[in-house]
Structure formats: C-alpha cells, structure tokens
Design a protein around this ligand. Structure first.
Ligand code: SF4
Length: 294
C-alpha cells in the first residue's frame, strides 16, 4: 500500500530538544514509512492529528531557508528523534539533504540515526562536518525477523553502509535496539559490526501504549516458546532477564577486550577503535523527559 503523502509548511525545521543527547532535534518528516512495529514515536499520531495507522502516512516538511545558521555554531543536533531522516521518500523529497546543505559550514555537533543506506547519497555533505556521528539501528541478523518488524532496507545493506562510512573515517554507532529477549543475539551482532563502528549502544525493548499488545501477540504467534518470558518481563515487570543479559555481555566484552560502560555521555566520544559498548537498559525516565518535543 502506498503511503499517504502530503507537504506541510512549518516555521522552522529546528526544534529545541529536551533529549539528553542534543540541544536541537531536526525531523524533516512527520511519520515514518519504515513502519517499525515497536516504534515509540507513534505517539506523534496524536500530536499531528493523524488517524491513519503509523507507517502509512508521511508529512513532508517544507520550511523557509534557515536564517543565520551560524548562530547554531557549537550546538548539538540530532536527526531524527521521531522519524527516519532517510526513509524511502527522502530519495524524492530530499528534505534531509536540504537541511544538511543549509547547515553546511556551521560548526555543529551532528548525530544522524537511520535504518537506511540512502545516507550514502549524502556522503560528500556529511564528510564536511567536523563533528558528526552516524548511527545504524540493528537488532537482529535474521532478515526474516527484520522483515516482520520493519520496512527498512536489509540488515546486510545497513552493515555495508556502516562499513563504508567507517572507512571514510566518520564516527559510526551501532544501536542494538530494541533488544528482543531471546530473539536479539547481541553478541553475534557485535561480532558482525565491531570492526566498522566506534560505539555500540544496547537498548532493551520497552513496550507501552498501542504497540504493546501487538508485539505480545506477535511473540505468541511466532515465538510461542518465549511467550511466558515476555509475560514475565512485560506484564509482571520482572527485570531479572536484563540483569542476567548485562552480566553476560560484560563477560563477552572482557573476553573480547571491549570497553563496557553505562554512561550515555560516551555518545560524544570521537573516532576510536575497537568500539565501546554502552549499556542503556534502564532509561524510561529519559524517554519521558523527551515527551512532546520533536
Ligand atoms: S525507523 Fe525509527 S522512527 Fe521510523 S518507524 Fe522505525 S523506530 Fe519509528
């Protein structure tokens, strides 16, 4: 089904952010056609008066050219908090590319987060930023499970794109997120990406709102052997699975000589190899503090 697409005029593409990782967020679109089943950004439906199902609509933001971009010098920007800046429609509308062009030459600290290799189209623009980090979300190496969860490009294409950026000396992050208990094989993913990234973030699956019953139902139908465990974690709020996983990854990190930390400030860390693993398991409060700001 083709997504419902419309252009909307906005005053500014830059929004002050409450997120702990940036001063400003930039979301060139409302909605996201990657349509991940676990997308926490689906709360945007409420803010943007969309009744359609998440993933089936996309508002393309049109803004006046950024006035005096130099005033943002020294500030940190995140693209994007509630959409993917490289959803497939970016190929046509080029709103992310437009932002990158408008902010060229300004000394900002820019983080781009995507599930698409379309980002390679903008490599020349990206390379011009002194402080830039590109994150790829990868929570499985199983393309079938990935296809069940999202409409974005394959995992193998994401890894190839990460490798290319790494070769270009751009700091890259692998977001192993969200970790599905007993389905996401964290160690295997780290093995697959550790030579192409500088940071590895671990984020557990949080279930709330509309998508909680959908995911629990998916597990019941497709992974019945894990149903009990998911009930324990997401209905009875038992966190022992995460405590055990934390210990396991800590051991893995020690064996593989990888640094393992719990401090999100390491997101600012510059190009380094081998990657540092950042555990970000218990972060409900942080997401709440971002509420409504996009
Ligand atoms: S790519 Fe991100 S914003 Fe887009 S649907 Fe998936 S989780 Fe949501």
């Amino acid at each position: 089904m083709n997504p419902l697409i419309k252009k909307i005029l906005v005053k500014s593409i830059i929004s002050k952010s409450n997120l702990p990782v940036c001063d400003y967020s930039v979301n060139p679109y409302v909605g996201c056609t990657h349509s991940c089943k676990y997308c926490y950004a689906c709360f945007m439906k409420k803010f943007s008066n969309h009744l359609e199902e998440w993933g089936t609509f996309l508002d393309v933001k049109i803004w006046e050219k950024i006035k005096n971009p130099q005033k943002y010098s020294g500030k940190s920007f995140f693209m994007s908090s509630v959409t993917d800046p490289y959803n497939p429609q970016e190929e046509i509308f080029q709103r992310t590319k437009t932002f990158l062009e408008e902010i060229q030459g300004v000394d900002i600290n820019l983080s781009l987060q995507t599930k698409s290799d379309l980002i390679l189209r903008d490599l020349d623009l990206i390379k011009n930023f002194k402080n830039i980090r590109v994150g790829f979300s990868i929570n499985t190496l199983d393309e079938n499970f990935k296809n069940d969860m999202d409409n974005a490009v394959s995992i193998s294409r994401r890894i190839v794109a990460m490798k290319k950026l790494h070769e270009e000396k751009i700091s890259t992050t692998c977001f192993i997120s969200p970790i599905f208990p007993e389905i996401t094989d964290v160690e295997k993913i780290i093995d697959a990406v550790k030579n192409f990234c500088n940071l590895i973030w671990l984020e557990n699956l949080n279930l709330r709102g509309d998508y909680k019953p959908k995911i629990l139902n998916y597990i019941k139908n497709n992974f019945p052997r894990h149903e009990k465990l998911y009930q324990e974690i997401y209905q009875r709020k038992n966190i022992s699975y995460w405590i055990e996983l934390d210990k396991k990854i800590k051991n893995y990190a020690e064996k593989n000589n990888l640094e393992y930390v719990y401090n999100r400030d390491d997101l600012q860390k510059n190009y380094s190899s081998p990657p540092t693993i950042v555990n970000f398991f218990f972060h409900e409060k942080i997401k709440k503090s971002a509420g409504g700001k996009y």
